[in-house]
Ligand binder design. Structure first.
Ligand SMILES: [Zn+2]
Length: 430
């Protein structure tokens, strides 16, 4: 290599890093050297590893630095004092929502303003180490707009699978019950009856949904309904699941209630969100059907601590007091019974960027740190259908990589302080 080429490739690398600091465009061939690296699939911590990726931001090699050949002219990013992990995945976010707009305050927020909120939160989420999210529920396809902005390189954010408006029954958790009759307002995802629900699945897919979100039971933050009460019937959920699967989409069902959880599993829904009041039979059924359970067990602290201040309804806080404790106990039971669990937090209910705070709650309620990390990497990737792309630092996967000080297998809280974030070979935080 002559001097000019060497200067050229070094300059190219510097420019690539510089452009990545603003908005990642194209990646350049590169490498990262990690003092420690967590193999998320085996749960083993490896030492002195090199991760090499190509100019499409895809990993081409991972191995011990002594035996891994570096492409010509590439200088590895030095993370030899840090621990590398695959970029984290949150399968239950609401990027276009902020907790300050809870309750009646939310009625004063326009839909275009929500999209702007989504742009802000996409960046916060990515910079906190979450390189992929599944966004389950957003008004008027604001999440589709944010996803498309990220994919076009115009918005800094994680890879996103989005649902658009969540489907639900009239007056249910996914309708809007804050306004009296004279406003004639109806949630955009409202669809009653199997055929109307099928049509709604087709409609949200038409406008860009990657995944279908439904409200199977009542909820905590909605007005006038009961978290434990069924909303969608088995027949409606069967219609939704059949239609969505036919069109190549998975279905995520919000379900706190014991019966709704079981009906959603029977209907072939792919993941149960919240899972709060699941019983032993529900856990057994989830295992039999391979249904993922998503327990958002951190936000209980936020709702009880901050809910009143940010405008959540008094009835919501009362509901959370009853449901939150049971959800944490049932999380422990489901994990101990061997049910499949993916990491989802309901960010938007609490501030975006704090997603990793859930790891220590998962550990407090029965998981080892490695289990919690696997829930947010290999398991989450499997649930969203991207097991071959994200959730592990392996050849053929995107070079989505984060680094922390310390050992997350010893102290999972180090994930709350991610120092380095790379998405598809582009450094977004250093
Ligand atoms: Zn949610």
């Amino acid at each position: 290599m002559n001097n000019l080429t060497r200067v050229g490739s070094a300059l190219c690398w510097v420019l690539a890093v510089m452009s990545a600091m603003t908005l990642p465009g194209h990646a350049a061939t590169g490498a990262v050297r990690c003092g420690k690296l967590l193999d998320a699939r085996s749960g083993k911590m490896l030492t002195d590893q090199i991760v090499v990726f190509d100019d499409a931001g895809v990993i081409t090699a991972v191995g011990a630095s002594s035996s891994t050949t570096m492409p010509a002219g590439v200088m590895a990013v030095d993370l030899s004092k840090s621990t590398c992990l695959p970029g984290l995945i949150d399968v239950h976010t609401h990027l276009t929502s902020d907790p300050q707009n809870s309750g009646y305050k939310g009625l004063g927020v326009s839909v275009p303003r929500e999209a702007v909120t989504g742009v802000k939160n996409a960046r916060l989420t990515l910079e906190s180490g979450f390189t992929t999210v599944r966004n389950v529920g957003a008004a008027e396809f604001t999440d589709v707009a944010v996803r498309d902005g990220v994919n076009a390189g115009e918005v800094l954010g994680p890879r996103m699978l989005v649902s658009g408006p969540a489907l639900g029954i009239t007056g249910g958790h996914c309708d809007e019950n804050l306004l009296p009759y004279q406003y004639h307002y109806k949630g955009q995802g409202v669809a009653d009856g199997p055929w109307a629900a099928r049509e709604k699945v087709r409609e949200v897919i038409k406008y860009g949904a990657d995944v279908i979100k439904i409200c199977a039971s009542g909820g905590v933050l909605s007005k006038g309904d009961l978290p434990g009460a069924p909303q969608y019937s088995l027949e409606e959920m069967q219609a939704i699941a059949t239609e969505a699967h036919k069109l190549g989409r998975k279905v995520a069902a919000h379900a706190h209630g014991t019966e709704s959880i079981k009906d959603a599993i029977r209907a072939g829904i792919d993941s149960i969100e919240h899972s709060s009041l699941i019983d032993d039979e529900g856990i057994r059924m989830a295992k039999e059907h391979g249904t993922y359970l998503v327990f958002d067990i951190y936000n209980d602290d936020y709702i009880l601590g901050m809910g009143e201040k940010v405008g959540m309804l008094p009835e919501s806080i009362e509901k959370e007091k009853k449901v939150g404790k049971l959800q944490r106990a049932n999380f422990r039971k489901a994990f101990e019974a061997g049910a499949k669990i993916a990491f989802g937090t309901d960010s938007g209910v609490y501030p975006h960027g704090d997603n990793a705070k859930q790891f220590s709650t998962m550990v407090a309620f029965g998981m080892k740190p490695v289990d919690a990390i696997q829930a947010a990497t290999v398991n989450a990737a499997d649930l969203i259908g991207w097991a071959d792309k994200v959730g592990a630092l392996e050849k053929g996967h995107y070079a989505d990589l984060i680094a922390v000080d310390g050992d997350p297998l010893v102290d999972v809280k180090v994930l709350e302080n991610v120092k380095f974030v790379m998405k598809g070979g582009n450094v977004v935080k250093q």
